[in-house]
Design a protein around this ligand. Structure first.
Ligand code: TZP
Ligand code: MG
Length: 211
């Protein structure tokens, strides 16, 4: 089960394309063994049927290791596989609607792209805020301007919500992102495309624990 406080430090966000042809579930399992403590299924190129199939299989894998699974965008899938949480962006389903569907207590993570969004009612209802993108990244093209370390530091002073930084976070800059006030690092290519997803996860964890 999800923890009320936010003890998660290393968050794997999936992208099958970033796995470079290797088995998706192998990549995720290695990452979990390496220290990932939250997993988000985020796949933009799958049909609904394929996404649901993958979600079920991934939930079984996550449960084997006791790692919570978060579903990106698809509230109905989160419900179907009994995921521990849902992640939505500013342009996805509305917070009020997904809360209605999943229950008021269901954990919903929300991407924050601009400071003004802090004042939106949905932000208050979010379980954590995705600082998106921290740095611009080739993995996601349709992003707003990057927050940068200064933006993250500023946000840290403006909200007590857990801050999950995402966007071009590598082992080499992980420590500085934590120091700027992130509670958790969300990673796609830094883990999925690494020669060893397990070793990369271990290395991220080490940088995180340095703080
Ligand atoms: N949201 C903001 S940036 C991003 C998402 C899903 C992609 C991050 O990918 P990477 O490879 O860790 O830069
Ligand atoms: Mg989205």
């Amino acid at each position: 089960m999800i923890s009320e406080t936010f003890p998660y430090k290393l968050y794997l966000v999936t992208d099958e394309a970033a796995c470079l042809g290797r088995d998706f579930f192998w990549v995720v399992e290695e990452a979990i063994k390496g220290g990932v403590d939250l997993v988000q299924l985020r796949e933009k190129d799958l049909s609904e049927k394929e996404f649901i199939y993958k979600a079920h299989k991934l939930q079984a894998l996550c449960q084997k290791y006791g790692v919570p699974l978060i579903i990106n965008d698809h509230a109905a899938v989160a419900l179907a596989v009994q995921a521990e949480g849902l992640h939505i962006g500013q342009n996805d389903a509305k917070m009020e609607v997904v809360k209605e569907m999943l229950g008021q207590d269901f954990p919903i993570g929300l991407s924050l792209e601009r400071e003004i969004e802090l004042a939106y009612p949905a932000t208050d209802l979010a379980w954590y805020l995705g600082v998106s993108p921290l740095f611009s990244t080739p993995t996601k093209a349709d992003t707003y301007t990057e927050w940068g370390l200064e933006g993250l530091e500023k946000l840290r002073g403006l909200t007590p919500k857990p801050l999950v930084a995402i966007g071009n976070i590598k082992i080499s800059n992980a420590h500085s992102v934590m120091q700027a006030g992130a509670d958790c690092l969300a990673i796609v290519s830094g883990i999925c495309s690494a020669p060893s997803p397990g070793k990369a996860s271990e290395a991220f964890k080490k940088e995180i624990e340095k703080v």
